[in-house]
Design a protein around this ligand. Sequence first.
Ligand code: 3PG
Length: 213
Amino acid sequence: MTPSEQSARALEVCRLAPVVPVLVIDDLAHAKPLAQALVAGGLPALEVTLRTACALDAIRAMAEVPGGVVGAGTLLTRADVKAAKAAGATFGVSPGATDALLDACAEYELPLLPGAVTASEVMRLLEKGYTVQKFFPAEQSGGAAFLKSIGSPIPQVSFCPTGGISLKNAHDYLSLKNILCVGGSWVAPKEAMATGDWAAITKLAAEARALRA
Ligand code: 3PG
């Protein structure tokens, strides 16, 4: 799968809603109700980070939830890409980009949203054909002001920023021409998951969905 084909799919995923929940799942039993709660609130694209022991099984469980589009985040290695694809992830997200990771996504046909934070990193990915990129860690790397500035010389790249974004500052990003959506963990707080308060998560998702009319 070429980088351009991967970005075409990433564009579709990023256009589904203004926010992509970034999920850290510690308990496999949370996976399905969490996905159902987020989809019910209007957020279908879900990024499950490969940071916990049950992450791959969580992807498997969430992939069965109607209306959900489940991807794997925190992809660092070729093995991560292979495992994510086998678990049923339909897209991948990485904090940065290495040649080994990009080669693996091409080989295993996993559309990747690769991370970049400098003009050179953005240009390097663009040169390969990635026109949709993640900007991480967003707030710590210059935030919306940086993305607005980079949109002048490099308008052909669109971004999904993540890291430090919440309901408070999401609009700063979403109002920019080169931002497709934002990613964030605030829509799935650990306390709500631990107590099984799925209604609270649906409410947070609906608030996030309403960031764009
Ligand atoms: C991450 O990979 O942790 C994401 O960027 C989410 O960041 P957040 O917890 O600040 O939303």
